[in-house]
Each structure stands twice: as C-alpha cells, then as structure tokens.
Design a protein around this ligand. Sequence first.
Ligand SMILES: [Zn+2]
Length: 58
Amino acid sequence: MLNIQTLIDDAKCFETVRTLRWPEEVRCVQCGSAAITKQGRDTTQPERQKYRCSDWGR
Ligand SMILES: [Zn+2]
C-alpha cells in the first residue's frame, strides 16, 4: 500500500510510479513500444530516469 512516508522521498516516489505504470517493463508512453533506451537523468530532478523511444526518437 502507498503511504505518505514513501511518497515524501522523491526517488522512492518515482520508483513507485514506474512500478505502477510499468509493472513488467518500461514502455513508451506514446506508442507503447518496449524499444526504449535510457537517456540519463533529468538535470533538475536526478531521480527521474529519462527514456528515449527507439521507434520515433522521443
Ligand atoms: Zn514510442
């Protein structure tokens, strides 16, 4: 279960969102493709993992 304590921590928050959104593997939010590559971290929010879709380059 989610509780406020786990959501306070940004890293855990993003991890939780990722797990809820992609329980098995990360997919492109636009086209649903699993052909994505990691694109480093957000400069202002290092906890955020960036991804690039190989299908259309976003
Ligand atoms: Zn895509």
